[in-house]
Design a protein around this ligand. Structure first.
Ligand code: GLC
Length: 753
């Protein structure tokens, strides 16, 4: 096999809105998307259509560049791209000339047959974060990874690849930040200086183009904002999906589902969601119900709804080969399934046995798939769980000659799950007539945040998985995802009661709070662990419900800025070396004000690193000085959760489900601090899209501890808050009484204390 390394440019011109550079091997094109986003695409065979599954924005019409001897410079207000023409290499700088990242001058972009790679300079102090759902440490320096969506059943905390592909990383060196999104759906590779004697980092793919977007914004928040501008942001999730979710593979009958739901209400343990895993179906045929065990789906869902529960049902892509199954027959007739190159239908085996696989790359198939959800939506289901969409089949790797339209498996695999969730989202959104569907997917590609929540797949009931799961959630937050869950309790294996309790205590601070377990594992509901532990779990779930106004406002932030709800400390404390320490790397901010330190179940004291600033322990209001490690107690009743001094947290009194109106009191908790702080409170009907046309309630709350004043700015939007009273609750105010209740009017007002 030959290696072809990009050689000298032999022409440079601007064509339309891009720069076109030719070498003997390939053609490079450069577009400017914004002052901080530049795209470089190097290709041997520029495809006629320039399509991306991830990117939803268009480049600027024009940009500034100049040709100086053997160099071309593309400049924006924020970034300078220096293109060396002999040989063709690309290097990015800040506008004032500090190097951010560039090609290794020797090897740059090159090909070995179809495989395209980019070798880049590596700075001695360079750290890397990102790639989403990947094993290993927060700082990915010294690690290498493969993106190849995989049904990673029985995965360990070092397994790679897992289920999802997010070819986006952030580089940190010399006090600077930058990021690269490699928009290529083929099997891809990232090496963060693991194998090159500290000389280079490299990434590339088995096929396709060297097509990447360079982000030059300074500060990780700005990079995330740019990345989610380019690839889209989530929409507001239905409020019910933020309540407690009880899942299991499987509740085997409607009666069992209803019994579990009733028990939550009897025991006054708040909950919003019940799940039906694969056993609700007739022979695992998608869009069917088992007539014996689920004889009256509508009756079941109605009863669940009367108790304030929503139901989520699972769907897998595999359509069972069965002559009496309409989806099978229609799919075959219309040519909706993946084929072999000779046109024969591809068959693989999954839960239903022998199956065909819809070609979700085809818009007509997505449409058909979307409409089929009527079988679930008509009886009242509003949540749709997309599983096994790597795509999974027994034996794992489907043949590479399997065809989807005119494309083959190697190019499709990493986007298949995303296209399935796209079809599910668009279809169910239409069917639900204005209500927000809740979509959950296991496989994903960059941009999936536009359609679906994700969870981290089949984890295990162990302490190390508890910590690992948090690391995955935090890392998924760096690639545009915000609505993320892990199987609390661990999917495989049986947790000890202590682990179950501890994991549930992390639940309130997990964007999607869902318990789930595999077939054959012990039952996991909160009452399965003895009275004392049940009470602790109940309190944790109640904590989730108290925090919902804060959490909902946090998701609003995600929809506007791409900032995730669960934030690795690297986002706000990028330059603090301690936060990358493997001892502290799982810690995260949950929203603007809370810092959470996940802890295993077998210790009652733990070292926590508190970054700069002052912090209060949530349960005691004890004040700590930051920039140091503190050893704190962590009994099973008290996960170490801290509030940033000056923190503002809206909370509500306990309700049993988000369906409940509640007492109409919104508590505004404030923790004393030194500096002025603000919080953007957001509310809407929690159920429809009317917020997109002005029906929301949004106001900025400012807390000025020096002036001893809290200002409620005028309300924006037309939605009337469901809270008619505001209750102010002060913490750390040295005995000063803030606590009082006032009317929640829409105009500006200030409270002094
Ligand atoms: C897969 C899913 C798991 C589900 C099971 C049965 O293993 O990851 O969550 O319970 O399939 O549908």
């Amino acid at each position: 096999m030959q290696i072809e390394i990009l050689s000298n440019a032999n022409s440079v011109i601007q064509q339309d809105n891009y720069l076109l550079i030719q070498t003997a091997e390939a053609e490079a094109r450069v577009w400017v998307y914004s002052p901080t986003i530049i795209r470089v695409c190097i290709s041997k065979t520029f495809a006629q259509s320039d399509e991306s599954f991830a990117v939803i924005e268009k480049p600027l019409d024009n940009f500034t560049w100049q040709h100086l001897a053997d160099i071309v410079e593309v400049t924006t207000s924020a970034v300078k791209l220096v293109i060396n023409l002999k040989p063709l290499r690309f290097e990015f700088f800040t506008a004032d000339g500090q190097p951010l990242s560039g090609d290794d001058t020797r090897f740059g972009t090159n090909w070995q047959a179809e495989r395209v790679m980019n070798y880049r300079k590596l700075y001695p102090d360079e750290k890397f974060i990102g790639l989403g759902e990947k094993a290993g440490d927060l700082n990915r320096r010294g690690q290498n990874y493969v993106n190849w969506n995989t049904d990673a059943a029985l995965h360990t905390i070092t397994t790679d690849p897992l289920y999802k592909t997010f070819p986006f990383y952030i580089g940190l060196h010399s006090g600077l930040t930058y990021a690269v999104f490699f928009d290529n759906t083929h099997k891809s590779y990232f090496d963060f200086g693991a194998t090159t004697d500290e000389q280079m980092m490299w990434f590339g793919a088995d096929g396709g183009d060297m097509d990447y977007y360079f982000f030059g914004a300074q500060g990780i928040r700005n990079i995330l904002e740019d990345y989610t501008w380019l690839t889209g942001r989530m929409e507001m999730p239905p409020l019910w999906s933020l309540g407690y979710q009880q899942c299991r593979w499987s509740y085997m009958s409607a009666n069992e589902v209803l019994d579990v739901a009733r028990k939550f209400r009897e025991k006054q343990i708040p909950a919003d969601v019940m799940y039906c895993d694969i056993d609700y179906m007739d022979g695992y045929k998608i869009f069917t119900w088992n007539k014996e065990t689920f004889p009256d789906p509508k009756g079941m869902v109605d009863e669940l709804k009367s108790m304030g529960f929503q139901l989520v049902t699972i769907v897998d892509p595999g359509i069972k080969i069965d002559e009496n199954y309409p989806e099978y027959k229609e799919g075959v007739e219309k040519g909706y399934f993946a084929t072999y190159p000779n046109g024969e239908l591809f068959t693989g085996s999954v839960w239903p046995g022998r199956c065909h696989f819809p070609d979700f790359l085809n818009a007509e198939v997505r449409e058909w798939w979307g409409v089929s959800f009527k079988a679930l939506a008509d009886p009242g289901v509003e949540g749709f769980w997309n599983d096994m969409n790597e795509p999974a089949a027994w034996g794992q790797n489907m043949p590479w000659m399997v065809k989807f339209g005119d494309k083959f498996m190697p190019e499709i695999r990493n986007v298949y799950g995303m296209q399935m969730s796209r079809a599910t989202y668009n279809g169910t959104k239409r069917i639900l007539n204005g209500k927000r569907p809740f979509i959950l997917t296991r496989a994903a590609y960059a941009g999936t945040q536009r359609y679906s929540a994700v969870w981290t797949g089949d984890n295990a009931a162990s302490d190390e998985h508890l910590l690992f799961g948090q690391r995955l959630v935090n890392s998924l937050g760096l690639v545009g995802m915000s609505m993320i869950g892990v199987d609390i309790g661990g999917f495989m294996g049986n947790p000890t009661a202590e682990l179950m309790v501890r994991w549930n205590s992390l639940g309130p601070y997990t964007p999607m709070f869902r318990n789930h377990a595999a077939l054959g594992m012990t039952m996991r509901e909160p009452w399965q662990w003895g009275d004392d532990y049940e009470q602790i779990i109940k309190k944790d779930i109640e904590q989730r419900y108290k925090l919902l106004p804060y959490i909902y406002s946090g998701f609003y932030q995600s929809t506007k800025t791409g900032l995730p709800l669960s934030r690795t400390l690297a986002i706000d404390y990028t330059q603090d070396e301690n936060i990358y320490d493997t001892k502290y790397q799982n810690q995260f901010l949950f929203g603007d004000a809370l810092l959470v330190a996940p802890v295993i179940s077998t210790v009652d004291h733990v070292d926590v690193y508190l970054p700069a600033g002052d912090w209060y322990r949530l349960n005691t209001d004890e004040r700590f000085t930051g920039n140091q490690m503190v050893n704190v107690s962590c009994p099973l009743t008290d996960l170490p959760v801290f509030i940033k001094a000056g923190g503002i947290i809206p909370m509500q009194n306990i309700i049993q489900s988000t369906n409940e109106q509640g007492d109409g009191v919104l508590q505004i908790h404030i923790w004393n601090g030194d500096d002025t702080n603000t919080f953007v409170y957001y509310e809407d009907d929690g159920a429809t899209y009317s917020y997109q046309s002005g029906s929301y309630h949004k106001r900025t709350i400012t807390f000025d501890p020096q002036k001893r004043e809290i200002v409620f700015n005028p309300v924006e939007g037309e939605y009337q808050s469901k809270y008619h009273k505001l209750e102010l609750v002060g913490h750390g105010l040295d005995g000063v009484q803030l606590n009082r209740q006032i009317d929640n009017t829409n105009e500006v007002f200030a409270i002094s204390y």
